[in-house]
Design a protein around this ligand. Structure first.
Ligand code: ATP
Ligand code: MG
Length: 372
């Protein structure tokens, strides 16, 4: 039977249940970086205002958008609840935003919770049993749910039913509980950590990619409009180029540049204002910050471009091994500035070029090492 869902685009309040954002906050606080992908307090306060409200407003991610559009349109045409959706991708790429868009497009209410907040199967049963027909349940950080809750979710997703266990030991009985049809939207930064049985129960999986600079320019323009900040095209391009492929970072850099433009100029963001502002915050032309540059500089200047072991590199920059490995390196590797090899860390030719340093032996030795 096809349950009826309300018409699309009806504005509704998101209900946040059992939310525990300590993990996300600690992750960001640990790094405390302007170019970190995770959300900080200020981000959370302004993000609601900057979130696109429907698929048409959502910039980039063409494939995911097109596929999701089909899934949602078809469900709407059938008058059915949409299939469960899994969204995977790095922090700040728009997973939470898309989950809210899914609910808005379906004209359905949305309930928001997260994996770490659901430690007991009972927590999940309480949420599931209070869902309305057609409601969207957004489960952020779904890879961090407890095992028993995960197993309960399998049955809920597939059969819209849960077994509530009453009592303990041999006398325990399972009482089946019918659930109204709902759409689960799971989000994860680590799709690889999801057990296959869980992954398989999603009807649609959207992989969010990092954004192209031109897409981020559009994000910056759109946000500047919403924040009522004047910005020139080249100012937006300057911010976009330093935003590491991530809308959240683009919006954050925009706010810092806006401050600078208001204090030091007439408030309008030009290319020069953006560049000067981001120089103050030590975010360079490719979006590297102080830590990223310190790692690269040590690798080039102290170790001739490597190979050098991670621990040695970490001591050289005065940081913990984990900070270098988990905070600085992923972006340097993604940018093709640093390579991890069995013999140690190696700077690529692009790293020498970016820092404007000539490799010793004018390139031949370095090329040999890199090619080894
Ligand atoms: N495609 C987009 N177009 C415009 N703005 C976007 C887009 N994607 C994300 N944003 C903006 O970036 C910010 C972060 O997005 P969001 O909170 O959805 O990311 P996320 O993937 O859920 O991150 P996390 O993994 O930390 O939960 C929001 O302010 C949102 O407005
Ligand atoms: Mg999110």
């Amino acid at each position: 039977m096809c349950p009826k869902v309300p018409p699309p685009h009806r504005e509704r309040e998101a209900v946040v249940v059992n939310w525990d954002d300590t993990a996300a906050m600690t992750e960001h606080a640990a790094s405390g970086r302007l170019v970190g992908g995770g959300a900080d307090g200020e981000d959370q306060a302004v993000e609601a205002a900057l979130r696109p409200k429907d698929l048409g407003e959502f910039i980039g991610q063409e494939k995911v958008r097109e596929q999701l559009d089909l899934v949602l349109r078809a469900a709407r045409a059938r008058g059915a609840t949409a299939d469960h959706v899994l969204l995977s991708g790095a922090p700040g790429l728009g997973k939470t935003t898309l989950s809210m868009i899914i609910a808005a497009e379906m004209g359905a209410p949305i309930r928001i919770t997260s994996g770490p907040a659901i430690q007991h199967a009972g927590d999940l049963a309480a949420i599931l049993s209070s869902l309305q027909e057609g409601e969207v349940l957004f489960l952020d950080e779904i890879h961090r749910m407890s095992r028993p809750a995960e197993e309960m979710l399998y049955m809920a997703m597939e059969d819209f039913r849960v077994d509530v266990i009453v009592g303990k030991g041999p006398g325990a009985t399972a009482i089946p509980l019918e659930l109204p049809p709902f759409t689960l939207v799971g989000a994860t930064t680590r799709a690889g950590l999801l057990p296959p049985p869980l992954r398989d129960r999603f009807g649609f999986t959207g992989h969010m990619e990092f954004y192209e600079p031109t897409e981020l320019e559009r994000v910056v323009h759109r946000s500047a409009g919403l924040l009522d900040v004047g910005i020139e095209a080249r100012g937006a391009a300057e911010i976009a180029g330093r935003s590491r492929g991530t809308p959240r970072i683009a919006n954050r850099l925009l706010r810092r540049v806006r401050d600078y433009a208001q204090v030091k100029a007439d408030g309008v963001i030009t290319r020069d204002i953006a560049a000067a502002a981001l120089a103050v915050y030590e975010v360079d032309s490719r979006g590297l910050d102080r830590l990223d540059r310190a790692v690269l500089e040590a690798l080039l200047k102290l170790f001739g471009g490597g190979p050098v072991g991670l621990s040695t590199l970490a001591v050289a920059v005065g940081e913990e091994r984990e900070t270098v490995e988990e905070v600085a390196e992923p972006f340097l590797v993604r940018e093709g500035l640093l390579a991890r090899t069995p013999r140690g860390r190696i700077a690529t030719p692009a790293a020498w070029a970016h820092l404007g340093i000539t490799p010793p032996g004018s390139g031949s030795g370095q090329q040999g090492l890199f090619g080894a």
